[in-house]
Design a binder for this molecule. Structure first.
Ligand code: GLU
Length: 495
């Protein structure tokens, strides 16, 4: 294979969508696997809808995800003259013609076809039949025109092989003489895209299945421009559980890459999740390092079936697809604590509860790392450290309502017991897991209670949570002083 050259060509009209990110990821993986090049091309031909903010957002999002490109960003708008020249060339070589039909005329023909129920209307090629003199006369009269491509009139059709969807044929008869230049002189996207892909020497076009409708027309353009069409691989769509396309309008922020950054995703976890929306390695692996993924990736294993983004809008339990959270949780648990620490620091800073003593050279650094390691096993996002894990870092924290109900309200005797337990723990010396355990067990025995009753009460009061890591580790992590203080404050929680 010649050098692989692929591209990610977003139109900068909004935020980086997770579907767009998935396209970028597939192209990136393919380039990396074959030691090829990934080209970032900003398709900003539609000047009214393109924004600088969107361009920055896309670049930022890709950078955060760790998707690096080898060339670009190139800007489609910088090649307007080239797009125009290509259209001229197609006219000069007899592959295109000027069409002077007015909007009203076309609308009337479409209406007539509708009334006659002759099926889909396709332009009737009136202007394709004009003589050179007629064309010259209309031009001399200053009539506006569009440029249309001459689709072959012979039998047969455009045949191509899509790596994912297989052999595809589209009869010439079914393809309208499509417009390639608007009446304002601007070439259409379909043409610009092909001209740019030829110039950028793109070998493989990996894009969403919605691009498949353009492919036959684009192949005709390649041929007419004297270029070999690249290999095409279309990726399945990602739909929600009701089979709707995922979009910001329907689903909100959850479709934007930026959202995952805000809710505390690790970028690689998101890449890992997105790659599985439409591709599988052929075995049951779901977690991949960068190297493993590059090694495992192939276009042939892209699924044809649409993938499902399992998000229940309006259900507060669903901050995104639970599978994405599971994958993120896996990475939170598996990564070296030293790498996780700065990310947790960022969250604690954002929440305003960071202490310098926990920093790299701070005197409580070892404690900080130990706590992260202890509490991360139940967390799904980085945010959780500052919310669910807040009690480890700050004395102001919320107590879950369900923990109060289950662990305190049901056992009113704890109102007296917990402060008593505070005195017992205050006297424990040295404050080791073993001594703490003995104290708690003896306390329960004395009271004739199951050990779970004081232990769960203590957990609720000390961590604010219904469940968590082993209680002795929890007490050691929170420390004697703070544990005792929180137990003493416990009666206020009983009404
Ligand atoms: N700019 C197009 C888009 O964002 C790219 C289509 C293509 O990959 O050819 O949809």
């Amino acid at each position: 294979m010649n050098e692989v050259r692929v591209r990610f060509p977003p139109s900068p009209t909004g935020y980086l969508h997770i579907g767009g990110a998935r396209t970028a990821i597939y192209n990136w993986l393919f380039a990396r696997k074959h030691n090829g090049k990934l080209i970032l091309r900003i398709e900003d031909t539609d000047a009214e809808r393109s924004t600088q903010e969107s361009i920055e957002g896309i670049i930022d999002g890709l950078t955060w995800l760790g998707i690096d490109w080898d060339e670009g960003p190139y800007f489609q708008s910088e090649h307007a003259a080239e797009h125009q020249a290509a259209a001229e060339r197609l006219l000069a070589t007899g592959h295109a013609y000027k069409c002077f039909c007015t909007k009203e005329e076309l609308e009337a023909k479409r209406e007539a076809a509708r009334a006659a129920k002759t099926g889909d209307y396709r332009y009737d090629k009136t202007c394709r039949r004009l003589s050179p003199e007629e064309v010259a006369a209309k031009e001399a009269a200053g009539l506006p025109y569009v440029v249309r491509f001459k689709v072959p009139e012979e039998a047969g059709g455009v045949r191509f092989h899509d790596v994912v969807y297989g052999d595809i044929e589209r009869a010439y008869d079914d393809i309208e003489d499509f417009v390639i230049v608007r009446s304002n002189g601007r070439p259409l996207y379909l043409l610009c895209n092909v001209v740019d892909d030829i110039r950028d020497r793109i070998t493989h076009i990996i894009r969403g299945q919605d691009g498949l409708v353009n492919t036959p027309r684009q192949i005709l353009l390649y041929r007419a421009l004297g270029a070999e069409p690249p290999v095409f691989a279309h990726m399945p769509l990602t739909l929600d559980t009701k089979k709707r396309k995922i979009s910001k309008r329907t689903h909100g922020e959850v479709v934007a890459v930026q959202y995952y950054r805000e809710i505390g995703f690790l970028p690689w976890a998101l890449v890992n999740f997105l790659v599985l929306l439409g591709w599988s390695p052929g075995d049951d692996r779901e977690i991949f390092s960068r190297e493993e993924l590059i090694e495992a990736f192939s276009l042939e294993r892209i699924n044809r079936a649409n993938s499902v983004f399992n998000y229940q809008k309006g259900d507060p339990k669903f901050i995104t697809d639970p599978k994405a959270l599971t994958i993120n949780a896996h990475y939170l648990r598996a990564m070296p604590v030293a790498e996780l620490a700065p990310l947790v620091e960022k969250e604690l800073r954002k929440a305003g509860i960071w202490k310098e003593d926990w920093g790299e050279n701070g005197k409580e650094r070892a404690w900080f790392l130990r706590v992260i390691d202890l509490i991360r096993s139940r967390f799904h996002t980085l945010k959780d450290f500052a919310t669910l894990g807040r009690a480890y870092f700050d004395d102001e924290f919320e107590i879950e309502a369900k923990a109060i109900k289950k662990n305190l309200a049901k056992h009113p005797q704890l109102k007296e017991w917990l402060p008593e337990l505070a005195d017992r723990l205050a006297a424990v010396e040295p404050f080791t897991a073993e001594n703490i355990e003995n104290t708690l067990r003896r306390f329960a025995e004395e009271k004739g209670a199951k050990p779970g009753v004081p232990i769960n009460g203590l957990r609720t009061v000390v961590t604010g949570r219904l469940a968590g890591p082993g209680i002795f580790d929890v007490i050691l992590a929170v420390g004697k002083e703070r544990t005792v203080a929180r137990l003493r404050r416990a009666p206020a929680l009983f009404v």
